[in-house]
Write a protein that binds this ligand. Structure first.
Ligand code: NAP
Ligand code: GDD
Length: 326
């Protein structure tokens, strides 16, 4: 029997993929979005009529309590966050309030309104930061390297603390980087595929990036949201690494992206130190063995398929924009 789900952060990349997955499974899907003076529903435009959107904010406790009372969800997916690592240095307090304390607000609302609601917390591989072992597992110690990473470590532990203190069904997904054509343009993968499309179609000549040697375990967002759902269907709550188990550098991502359209990265990529970070996470590589064994989860889309998919979608979008004269 399907249930009723509330997704915080429904306007984001993962919110869009998760909403579609839950609709396909027969859920009633509700999404929380913060008030904005401009429209932010672009990613969920195609399912807008099938879901219910409510205003609320992770910074506002009462809005969360009211939403849970009104919607009566069986599952809450807490995806909302200030999620861009560089912004966490320029806005560390906001990041702590949203990405860190926001998790406590959701947990408190659940505890107060209905402690039987199951909760998924969007934890992050960024918590491993300056990695203490490779590959990273659920047992690897954290060493966050940004205010974002620190806030996510807080969110992770407060989720476990509420599970142990109040017996809530609350699980952490420790998700490694996952991307898609819906990824925000400021993240490196989408910045590259958008740049490749614009260069190919003659709108720009150069793409300026930061550290090309950084390595990430990149997967497809559509695969990763399935792991979120599986965690809440398990018999017991827990904490799970979700990753592909394969690592690539930013340079390798560029190589494939440029070669997809018959271009060479050396002719177009420049380095701009503005994109270096005060403290870098040089390498991340996850071991998803627990998710495979206990949840039966495995990624479907390969790294090459992911890069190609993103380049092709950006080519189509930029072509459309050119035709419309944008
Ligand atoms: P995203 O595209 O940046 O989406 C973030 C969402 O949070 C947006 O809907 C945003 O709303 C919302 N939000 C921000 N501040 C809020 C507030 N104060 N109140 C309510 N909503 C607020 O992020 P994503 O890639 O989908 O990631 C989803 C979650 O997974 C995040 O928590 C992220 O930190 C975590 N995560 C992501 C990855 C990854 O590789 N994608 C990996 C590990 C963990 P607006 O549209 O109004 O900005
Ligand atoms: N954004 C960006 N822009 N990153 C660049 C650039 C650039 O021009 N050039 C090189 N990089 C490098 C960054 O220094 C970093 O090492 C790597 O590319 C990935 O950067 P992002 O795509 O911004 O992602 P992230 O790894 O910092 O964070 C993402 O993944 C986390 C999970 O590990 C975000 O989605 C986080 O919210 C998420 O928790």
């Amino acid at each position: 029997m399907s249930g009723t789900a509330l997704i915080t952060g429904i306007t984001g990349q993962d919110g869009a993929y998760l909403a579609k997955l839950l609709l396909d499974k027969g859920y009633q899907v509700h999404g929380m979005m913060r008030r904005s003076s401009t429209e932010t529903l672009e990613r969920i435009a195609d399912i807008r009529d099938e879901i219910t959107i409510h205003q609320g904010d992770l910074l506002d406790q009462l809005s969360l309590v009211r939403l849970l009372e009104q919607i009566e969800p069986t599952e809450v997916y807490n995806l909302a966050a200030q999620s861009f690592v560089p912004t966490s240095w320029s806005q560390p307090i906001l990041t702590a309030e949203t990405t860190g304390l926001g998790v406590t607000r959701v947990l408190e609302a659940i505890r107060q309104v209905n402690p039987n609601i199951k909760m998924y917390q969007a934890s992050s591989s960024e918590m491993f930061g300056k990695v203490q072992e490779t590959p990273q597992t659920e047992a690897t110690p954290f060493y966050p390297r940004s205010p974002y990473g620190v806030a996510k470590v807080y969110g992770y532990w407060i989720t476990i603390n509420y599970r142990e203190s109040y017996n809530l069904f609350a699980s952490n997904g420790i998700l490694f980087n996952h991307e898609s054509p819906l990824r925000g343009l400021e993240f490196v993968t989408r910045k590259i595929t958008d740049g490749v499309a614009r260069i190919k179609l003659g709108l720009q000549k150069e793409l300026l990036l930061g550290n090309l040697d950084a390595k990430r375990d990149w997967g497809f967002a559509g695969d990763f949201v399935n792991a979120m759902w599986l965690m809440l269907q398990a018999n017991e709550p827990g904490d799970f690494v979700v990753a592909t188990g394969e690592q690539h550098s930013v340079r390798e991502f560029c190589e494939i992206a440029f070669s997809t359209v018959g271009l060479n990265l050396d002719d177009h990529v420049g380095i701009d130190p503005r994109f270096y970070r005060p403290a870098e996470v040089e390498t991340l590589l996850g071991n998803p063995a627990k998710a495979k064994t206990e949840l039966g989860w495995e990624p479907q889309v390969t790294f090459e398929q992911l890069v190609t998919m993103m380049v092709e979608q950006d080519l189509k979008r930029v072509e459309r924009e050119i035709k419309l004269g944008n």
